[in-house]
Design a protein around this ligand. Structure first.
Ligand code: GDP
Ligand code: MN
Length: 397
């Protein structure tokens, strides 16, 4: 789960990390009063969306001369005006895709004077199964580009969970970032605060880009991106309360309400599968035969007819779906339950695209009988390979 920059900064502040003073604006009429509570001489106005690259992004409805989703303004009035203009508009960045994201919240922050822009992140390193620090002197820009072109400018190391964060970790980062004097002390303290936050709140990623050295010579977190392990949210009530459902894919949101493991993708073939491994294999084989999956969906082991119906509805609500492949290997999941769910869903929402069904395993004959007796226009398949070829053929013509 992702949160907004202003929420991440409030969390950082609560752990003692240095951030600028700022307030969030959600209603245009409140912009002026909110901006007036912040001191200048620079007021930074920042669109809050769950995507990076806002500074270099553009609004779809942008007027000539306007610039991006991060703006430096010189008065309370100007800040309020910029905030009002951003609200309700659609911001496109290299991370949002061409459709962009609508801005419902704007953050107004006291501007910082910048001496240097650095990069810092904490993440879960899957290879070592540990929390890792990543830092670079090349802050403010795309870290992916730095990694590709000048990988020697990135330092990364992981922390032993038994000993946890130690001062030498912070000093190692400070020296790699070229910090001096009091900045080294600030860095050691800040890295400890970030590590504590990361582990206590079950973070997946905590990225500060840029971490700056101010013109006063102090460290400050100028941007913040945080995401959390969704499987840990049951024990992170305060984090769960920060969830902004308007930022999520409506299909994924619906799926999460029914406890379905669903991830929207860009392809044309909708998949309904039981078991994560079979779902992955199904996606692979669709690609092998020349098409792309529109989603990953694992309906799980003990899915009910209602859950299957909901899953089918979510798949058909995606306008990119040009065909559907139901691939069930009935073990705990029974084929007749899947068949009932599919038939019920089609009766409710109709079927406008080809549907290939491959059933195998527990109650397979019962399942097939339900599908065959339903009068639905279903293409039956015998095995995974046969099913994939049939749906790709049906879609590609
Ligand atoms: P992003 O584009 O979504 O990553 O948004 P950031 O918060 O990283 O802001 C983009 C850029 O705007 C930063 O790299 C800075 O160069 C600039 N910026 C943001 N806040 C301030 C500020 O308080 N003062 C100054 N001078 N520049 C800022
Ligand atoms: Mn940034």
């Amino acid at each position: 789960m992702n949160i907004h920059e202003y929420q991440a900064k409030a969390l950082l502040r609560s752990y003692g990390a240095p951030v600028s003073k700022g307030h969030v604006v959600t209603k245009a009429e409140e912009a002026k009063a909110i901006a007036a509570d912040i001191d200048g001489p620079i007021w930074v106005v920042k669109a809050q969306i769950h995507a990076g690259g806002r500074g270099k992004g553009h609004f779809i409805e942008e007027e000539a001369g306007e610039k991006g989703g991060v703006r430096l303004t010189k008065s309370v009035g100007e800040a309020a005006e910029e905030a009002k203009k951003m609200l309700g508009r659609t911001l496109v960045t290299h991370q949002t895709g061409p459709a962009g994201k609508q801005v419902g919240r704007v953050y107004i922050e006291e501007g910082a004077g910048i001496d240097r822009e650095l990069y810092l992140a904490l993440l879960v390193d899957r290879q070592t199964s540990r929390v890792a620090f990543v830092c670079s002197t090349e802050g403010g820009m795309d870290i992916e580009e730095v990694a590709a072109k000048t990988p020697d400018r990135i330092l990364s190391f992981s922390v032993d969970p038994v000993t946890g964060y130690q001062g030498y970790h912070g000093r190692r980062i400070a020296f790699a970032l070229g910090l001096t004097g009091n900045q080294i002390k600030q860095c050691v303290r800040l890295m400890g605060q970030l590590y504590k936050l990361f582990t206590e709140k079950d973070c997946e990623l905590l990225e500060i880009n840029p971490l700056i050295v101010t013109d006063q010579g102090d460290l400050r977190c100028l941007d913040a991106k945080m995401s959390f392990d969704s499987n840990a949210l049951y024990r992170q009530e305060d984090i769960l309360a920060l969830r902004d459902e308007t930022e999520e894919d409506p299909k994924e949101l619906q799926a999460s309400k029914y406890d379905l493991n669903y991830i929207a993708l860009d392809g044309e073939i909708g998949c309904m599968v039981n078991g994560a491994g079979l779902a992955m294999a199904t996606m692979d084989i669709i690609k092998l035969y020349g098409a792309e999956p529109a989603n990953f969906l694992d309906v799980g082991g003990g899915a009910t007819k209602e859950k299957v119906t909901e899953a089918f509805k979510i798949i058909t609500s995606d306008p990119n779906v040009k065909g559907i492949l139901v691939n069930i290997f009935g073990g705990i999941m029974r084929c007749d339950v899947i068949a009932e769910g599919v038939v019920a869903a089609v009766k409710e929402v109709g079927l406008k695209v080809p549907l290939v069904v491959r059933l195998e395993g527990t109650n397979v004959e019962k399942g097939k009988a339900i599908i065959n007796g339903s009068g639905l226009d279903v293409i039956a398949a015998d095995d995974l390979s046969d099913a994939a070829q049939k749906i790709v053929k049906a879609v590609k013509g």
